[in-house]
Design a protein around this ligand. Structure first.
Ligand SMILES: NC(=O)c1ccc[n+]([C@@H]2O[C@H](COP(=O)([O-])OP(=O)(O)OC[C@H]3O[C@@H](n4cnc5c(N)ncnc54)[C@H](O)[C@@H]3O)[C@@H](O)[C@H]2O)c1
Length: 345
């Protein structure tokens, strides 16, 4: 089977989507769309697809098996609702939605069409976190009770994505969501959130750092730290460092993609650095490999071999954690994430 897909939004990150789709046997992007005709045409020429400037027209003409939405968040709701009327599966980049109301509407649109809505949350698909999760599931450290996630760097993210310098709550909305998804992936649903934010880089208008504390329903606790203004040599971007402690051991994800296991008084290390894709480059290979892993998963969903990880309904829970973190930082109080979606953590 070769699933026929279309891509909406031919910007910075979509290049990774296109390269990864081109490497998969079971799916092809047959048409691309951008409101900027030059961007759509450039992708169409490079990847052998048809260019459109109007998503509605593309979807009506192509009637794809799946629609991959890689625009920024303000357009996600209208494009997901549109794609739900014309394709058999919808993929939406993170942040999934700006508000819970938008997120609920997008989930409802796909449920009404009886099609999967899959959120492009690629951090949980990064090779180091897949390795850590499989050790956890195999009982390597017993029952987990504490997780620390740390994403701190000073890589110039504004060079490729200049709009980020004007985003309010930048660290929480750009990478915080990914980190909260990881926390839920590893520890399950969250009942309480507290958060502090900081504005560090004088050239950036939003808050570019935060520290959050999550209390999970299991009783486990997660500490999440993120900063886009941490000066380190070498710069660890784009790696997320982690430590998860359990009843019989500890797993650490260390710089250079090393997974260290402490158990029974012994320590062992595994190299979990993914290969650099033929089309990729360091330090982006960690992210690029995760896009391929995520899209392979999408093919499994299309073929009925797996359920979306995460689905839109599940990601509503992550969105609720992020919104609670923003509110906690504003009010100085600990808050319960508010959501009521079926499937949300
Ligand atoms: N998962 C990750 O690791 C990761 C990394 C970077 C960015 N992202 C996400 O990817 C998304 C895109 O980010 P980016 O930095 O590539 O943005 P970008 O601005 O470079 O690209 C977005 C593109 O969408 C186009 N567009 C906007 N509205 C459109 C519409 N209605 N129809 C067709 N095209 C439209 C724009 O013209 C632009 O070319 C964001 O949601 C961002 O958060 C995810």
């Amino acid at each position: 089977m070769n699933w026929r897909g279309v891509l909406i939004g031919c910007g910075f990150f979509a290049r990774n989507h296109m390269q990864a789709w081109a490497g998969l046997q079971e799916a092809s992007i047959v048409a691309v769309c951008d409101i900027d005709p030059a961007k759509a045409q450039a992708f169409a020429d490079e990847f052998g697809a048809t260019a459109y400037v109007d998503a509605a027209r593309m979807l009506e003409e192509v009637k794809p098996d799946f629609t991959d939405i890689a625009t920024t968040v303000a357009t996600h709701r209208s494009l997901v609702e549109l794609a739900a009327r014309h394709s058999r599966a919808v993929i939406c980049q993170k942040p999934f939605a700006e508000t819970l109301a938008d997120g609920h509407a997008m989930v409802a649109a796909c449920e009404a069409a009886a099609i999967p809505l899959i959120i492009h949350e690629n951090f949980r698909w990064q090779a180091p976190f897949r390795a850590l999760k499989s050790q956890l599931d195999a009982g390597a450290i017993g029952d987990p009770h504490f997780l620390r996630l740390s994403f701190r760097h000073a890589f110039d993210i504004y060079a490729n994505q200049p709009y980020l310098a004007r985003v309010q709550d930048l660290a929480l909305t750009d990478v915080g969501l990914h980190l909260f998804d990881l926390a839920v992936f590893l520890h399950g649903g969250v009942e309480r959130v507290s958060c502090e934010t900081q504005s560090l880089n004088p050239k950036v208008s939003g808050q570019d750092a935060f520290a959050a504390l999550l209390r999970h329903r299991s009783g486990a606790v997660t500490s999440v730290e993120c900063s886009f203004y941490s000066h380190l040599t070498p710069d660890p971007f784009p790696q997320t460092l982690a430590r998860i402690e359990g009843t019989s051991g500890t797993l650490e994800l260390l710089e250079g993609c090393v997974l260290r296991l402490h158990r029974g008084g012994e320590v062992s290390e595994t190299d979990v650095d993914p290969a650099v894709p033929a089309w990729g480059e360091r330090p982006w290979h960690l992210v690029q490999d995760s896009v391929t892993a995520f899209q392979s998963h999408v093919v499994d969903v299309l073929a009925g071999r797996d359920n979306p990880q995460p689905s839109g309904a599940h990601n509503l829970g992550t969105l609720a954690i992020m919104l609670a973190a923003i509110e906690s930082a504003r009010t100085g109080s600990a808050l319960a994430p508010e959501h009521s979606a079926k499937g949300a953590p």
